[in-house]
Design a binder for this molecule. Structure first.
Ligand code: SAM
Length: 233
């Protein structure tokens, strides 16, 4: 059976999934991530969860055409509701969505007792990383790894978190920039924040064209610009 060429983004996500994981890939679309791992014999079991019929059908087709039904179950449902306690899931991937949506999926999963708070979370928000880090902190998840990559002119962040007993406290700086990413300060990290600076400069410019610019908002933007500049210097 032909192997699957994962995108660079999903390859990096896959690199954080332990060997022989029991994985729930939520918002799996084509189920490329679990299929690729299963073809290499790296998975014990996986759920490919989808809430939209088209992607669900594609995932089902991918799994069936590769004869992977014994390892991967494609399940239709909203977020973590596709997980049963008897699945003994130990790793959850939620990738390619906004940070707020990932947070909402996890919040609902917690309220439905779909998380037993032992699972490693491997999250790849397309936007809203601060929202997601803030949620992880408030739910006592410790960020244990982060990565920032560029693919096809888009920049993506990957956040790996585990549940812990102790309180987790991240500064506003760490929540905004990422505790590891800001330390590493890679070229891709700098590029991302230079793009944010460009956007803020544009917003500021537009606001200054107004006869009565909102001074408090302008002040906030100026502070944000300074904070970013100090961080990527
Ligand atoms: N995870 C894949 C990746 O990173 O390449 C697919 C990303 S795709 C942009 C997002 C997928 O998440 C879509 O197929 C969408 O149907 C699914 N999705 C969005 N909200 C969901 C939810 N609440 N539960 C399950 N799937 C969801």
């Amino acid at each position: 059976m032909e192997s699957i060429q994962l995108s660079k983004r999903l390859k990096r996500v896959a690199s954080y999934i332990p060997n022989n994981a029991r994985l729930a890939d939520i918002g799996s679309d084509h189920a490329y991530l679990p299929c690729s791992l299963a073809l290499k014999g790296d998975l014990e079991f996986a759920i490919a969860g989808e809430v939209v019929k088209g992607p669900y059908d594609k995932a089902l087709n991918e799994v069936q055409s590769r004869n992977l039904e014994e390892v991967i179950e494609v399940r239709f449902g909203d977020g973590l509701e596709v997980i049963e306690s008897s699945d003994h899931i130990d790793t959850i991937t939620i990738c390619g969505m906004g940070g707020a949506l990932i947070r909402d999926i996890l919040t609902r999963g917690l309220s439905l007792n779909k998380l037993n708070r032992t699972e490693t979370l491997i999250l790849q928000p397309n936007v809203g990383e601060k929202t997601l880090r803030t949620f992880l902190m408030s739910e006592q998840y410790k960020i244990v790894a982060e990565e920032i990559i560029e693919e096809n002119d888009k920049i993506y962040e990957i956040i790996v978190a585990i549940p812990v007993e102790e309180d987790i406290v991240y500064s506003d700086h760490a929540l905004t920039f990422g505790p590891y990413l800001s330390e590493q300060s890679s070229d891709t990290f700098k590029k991302k924040w230079e793009q944010v600076l460009d956007k803020l400069a544009y917003v500021k410019n537009q606001m200054n064209k107004s006869q009565h610019p909102d001074e408090r908002k302008l002040e906030k933007i100026n502070q944000e610009i300074e904070h970013i500049k100090e961080t990527i210097q």
